[in-house]
Write a protein that binds this ligand. Structure first.
Ligand SMILES: NC(=O)c1ccc[n+]([C@@H]2O[C@H](COP(=O)([O-])OP(=O)(O)OC[C@H]3O[C@@H](n4cnc5c(N)ncnc54)[C@H](OP(=O)(O)O)[C@@H]3O)[C@@H](O)[C@H]2O)c1
Length: 306
């Protein structure tokens, strides 16, 4: 039976991938986490090369989906060496462990490998990351493709989906400020209206990854670099407006027209998804429907939202 290892299965994207694979396939799915290991998961620190080797030798997966990373730009900026250990060196170790066993490796990367000045970006366009996160992910892409030709880099933009806390995604992290600004006499919440983002729903990414894994299982693995993106451009200010509407609150929002982040961020990294579209791969859930499901699900579990 086809066997997939999902590394980083406890994270925002990893959970969506596992949910998709377990509900839609009869494949064997092995899941790893580190600090938030669930009952179906094993702990694996991907910075430990010997542990990675032992894991791949023991499980002998046909495919590995690598969703473990340090994805917070500010954390990467403050400790680039720690970011490289996870986003570059660990990718190389996994690819090296997979190669002799013929396992296909799909590793997740980011639109932040581009500088955001000339969108849309095709998968072959020249990257020029502006921050330590983007640089580490670009080095990780190169480490993967140097170590194995039976591998795919999948670049993604801003993700959102079912969360266990608001801070898990840069979309839902706006919810507390949106809610606070809707209280009587509360000050307006400043929101970035400078950078354009393309929020992408994690279950849609998981759907595309399942389709990619099906090609691998059929002996037609897609290799090299591919990209997938939502197609609704939005600034964080506009995301906050749509969150307020979905939450049914009258938020007071202030559009910030200049970048205010300490870490430099690109202005518009719209990723061209035509390689996967050309293969008939992918699905896009409209933002309002998807965010409604995310907010409703969170409220039902925790009673924390509006
Ligand atoms: N989130 C976004 O908006 C976004 C946008 C574009 C691309 N991406 C990329 O998408 C991928 C998934 O991101 P995400 O948002 O799902 O991240 P996340 O929620 O922060 O999850 C990160 C995962 O990595 C695991 N992990 C962290 N350190 C580890 C280590 N040393 N060894 C093994 N596992 C480790 C975590 O496990 P524990 O929690 O159990 O410790 C968790 O499962 C990343 O490659 C990221 O760069 C994310």
């Amino acid at each position: 039976m086809f066997k997939v290892a999902v590394i980083g299965a406890s994270g925002l994207l990893g959970r969506a991938i596992v949910r998709e694979l377990v509900s839609e396939t009869d494949w064997q799915v092995v899941q790893t986490g580190l600090r938030h290991v669930g009952p179906q998961q094993v702990a694996l620190d991907v910075r430990d090369e010997a542990a990675v080797d032992a894991f791949v030798a023991r499980e002998a997966p046909d495919a590995i989906v690598l969703a473990a990373a340090e994805r917070r730009p500010d954390v990467c900026e403050n400790d680039p060496a720690a970011a490289r250990a996870l986003n570059v060196d660990a990718v190389r170790s996994i690819a090296r462990a997979a190669r002799p066993r013929g396992a296909w490796v799909l590793s997740i990367s980011t639109d932040y490998v581009f500088d955001g000045t000339q969108p849309p970006y095709r998968d072959g366009d020249t990257p020029n990351p502006l921050n330590a996160y983007g640089r580490s992910k670009l080095e990780g892409e190169r480490a993967l493709l140097e170590a194995s030709s039976h591998a795919l880099v999948l670049r993604l933009p801003l993700l959102y989906g079912p969360v266990v806390d608001w801070q898990e995604s840069a979309v839902t992290s706006l919810v507390p400020a949106v809610l606070a600004s809707s209280q009587p006499d509360a000050p307006a919440a400043a929101m970035d209206a400078w950078a354009t983002r393309y929020p992408t729903f994690t279950p849609d990414v998981a759907f595309a990854i399942r389709e990619l894994l099906m090609r691998c299982a059929d002996g037609h693995a897609v290799c090299g670099i591919a990209q997938w993106s939502g197609d609704e451009p939005m600034t964080k200010y506009q995301i906050a407006q749509r969150l307020a509407r979905a939450l049914g609150v009258n938020a007071r929002l202030l559009a910030q027209t200049r970048p205010a982040d300490a870490t430099p961020r690109p202005r518009d990294c719209h990723l061209d998804s035509s390689r996967l579209e050309g293969l008939g791969i992918g699905r896009r859930t409209p933002f309002d429907a998807a965010i409604g499901a995310v907010l409703g699900g969170f409220e039902a579990r925790s009673g924390t939202a509006a």
